[in-house]
Design a protein around this ligand. Structure first.
Ligand SMILES: [Zn+2]
Length: 112
């Protein structure tokens, strides 16, 4: 899709979330063609994490949590030293596995 289409999706998503009092500080995405360009944005590379740290210098990767559903999400977490949460029906002892994003939100809520 075009970058303009993606920005419109993000705008609509943020509008819906804000109506529900959920606020997102920033959205980062890779604007490059992954077939043609070998950029540093694509997970498990850490380019977007470094970009986030430029904008939000207080980010502590070691205290961060990466939630994802792919091997590259988990490798990305390892590359920045973050905790990882794998959304999957399978289970690995090194990872917290939750059946859905809702269950992860519940887990976070209950741990505070
Ligand atoms: Zn990129």
């Amino acid at each position: 899709m075009s970058e303009e289409d993606l920005n419109n999706i993000h705008k609509n998503m943020l509008k819906i979330l804000e109506k529900n009092e959920i606020f997102i500080d920033a959205i980062f995405y890779c604007p490059h063609d992954y077939v043609i360009e070998d950029c540093n944005c694509r997970k498990p590379k850490i380019g977007l994490a470094l970009k986030a740290k430029e904008i939000f210098p207080d980010i502590n990767f070691v205290k961060s949590v990466m939630v994802g559903d792919s091997k590259s999400d988990m490798e990305f977490a390892e590359n920045i030293g973050a905790k990882k949460v794998f959304i999957s029906n399978t289970h690995s002892p090194k990872e917290i596995t939750v059946p859905s994003l809702y269950d992860f939100a519940k887990l976070l809520y209950e741990s505070y």
